[in-house]
Design a protein around this ligand. Structure first.
Ligand SMILES: [Zn+2]
Length: 99
């Protein structure tokens, strides 16, 4: 998946532009792993093996995405995810109360 193609992708829910964070690339600079985020609805879409996963919520399984999010954690600092949405970011701080 080239960054040019990813640039053309938009959120399937609200047609907003998606921001891409690249996690790994191949020798041709194609995106192998990454995460697309929509700043309108806060949904995120993982890119796995060069394929953006842009299924509707009901066809996604959060449990299956947890190992991937954990693996990518160092690239996703200060972000947390729930229900396929970003629940906190560095601008708004962590929405969860301190334990
Ligand atoms: Zn959206």
């Amino acid at each position: 998946m080239t960054t040019k193609i990813i640039d053309k992708l938009c959120c399937p829910f609200d047609k907003n532009d998606l921001a891409l964070q690249i996690i790994s690339q191949d020798i041709h600079n194609n995106v192998k792993e990454g995460i697309l985020t929509c700043n309108q609805c806060n949904r995120y879409y993982p890119v796995v093996s060069g394929i953006p996963i842009m299924n509707p919520d009901e066809y996604r399984e959060f449990k299956l995405e947890i190992p991937m999010l954990e693996k990518w954690q160092e690239y996703l600092s200060n972000k947390s995810f729930d229900n396929f949405r970003i629940t906190s970011n560095p601008d708004t701080g962590n929405a969860l109360p301190e334990a």
